[in-house]
Design a protein around this ligand. Structure first.
Ligand SMILES: CC(C)(COP(=O)(O)OP(=O)(O)OC[C@H]1O[C@@H](n2cnc3c(N)ncnc32)[C@H](O)[C@@H]1OP(=O)(O)O)[C@@H](O)C(=O)NCCC(=O)NCCS
Length: 217
């Protein structure tokens, strides 16, 4: 049987059509709650906690200028996914298979961590002064169990890293740095990140910890 294809798309921070925006919030919420229910051990948050969130929290997560939400959808026509203003986004037309969130860090946004920290080392090799590096934290990585092992996780990480590097370049910064937290026993996720070039980080835990607007993801 032929495996269904997927595309990776960026979620918009606003939509001109109010109904579509409500639908997007609803799908975003449903997929996030699905991930927390399906893989309760691997996230910093819980289904019980987020199931009580009001719509304003989900709306805020989508609108957050520091968070870039990327999803994999069951659709193989990547060209279709361009954001034409009055077109229904592909994220509303196809099933969601996976997600990743890229959070732009700021120094004051820190908390201690208890899990392993991984870092993509390329920026360190350049020995770039810290003020010329844009720091992103990767979060909420999840692929629906029915779609795992097809490269979707790898595609999401790759797209997130590419976006971070492009963003840094667009701001005239020399490079982007990426960190993430992963449990030692989460072998699937560790393999995914290590294949993408991440390495165990020898960094101050306070340096890598973070807090998003409404708490840990
Ligand atoms: C981790 C996760 C995102 C991987 O998604 P995926 O779409 O299956 O990953 P891919 O198909 O892109 O595989 C990428 C690599 O991950 C590793 N991997 C994926 N599934 C694996 C498995 N069942 N066992 C071991 N390694 C696995 C492999 O190294 C694979 O590359 P390779 O087979 O070419 O060597 C997915 O398993 C998941 O959602 N897990 C639960 C949530 C989670 O743990 N999130 C991370 C929190 S830090």
């Amino acid at each position: 049987m032929e495996r269904p294809s997927f595309s990776v798309v960026f979620l918009p921070r606003a939509l001109p059509d109010r109904l579509n925006w409500q639908l997007l919030i609803s799908r975003y919420k449903d997929f996030r709650l699905h991930s927390l229910r399906t893989s309760p051990a691997v996230f910093g948050s819980t289904f019980e906690r987020e199931n009580n969130f009001g719509e304003d929290v989900w709306d805020g997560r989508l609108r957050n200028m520091r968070a870039t939400n990327i999803v994999a959808i069951a659709c193989n026509n990547h060209a279709d996914s361009s954001d034409e203003p009055n077109r229904t986004p592909n994220a509303l037309l196809h099933d969601w298979l996976g997600s990743i969130v890229l959070i732009e860090m700021e120094k004051s946004n820190q908390e201690p961590i208890s899990r392993s920290a991984l870092v993509l080392p390329r920026s360190r090799e350049l020995e770039t002064p810290a003020q010329l590096v844009l720091h992103f934290h990767i979060n909420a990585v999840f692929v629906d169990p029915v779609a795992r092992g097809r490269g979707i996780g790898a595609a999401l990480v790759d797209e997130a890293v590419s976006f971070g590097v492009r963003t840094a370049a667009a701001r005239g910064l020399q490079t982007a740095e990426f960190t993430l937290l992963v449990d030692d026993y989460n072998t699937e996720a560790r393999r995914l990140y290590e294949n993408a070039g991440f390495e165990e980080a020898q960094v101050d835990e306070d340096e890598i910890g973070f807090r998003s607007g409404d708490g840990p993801l």
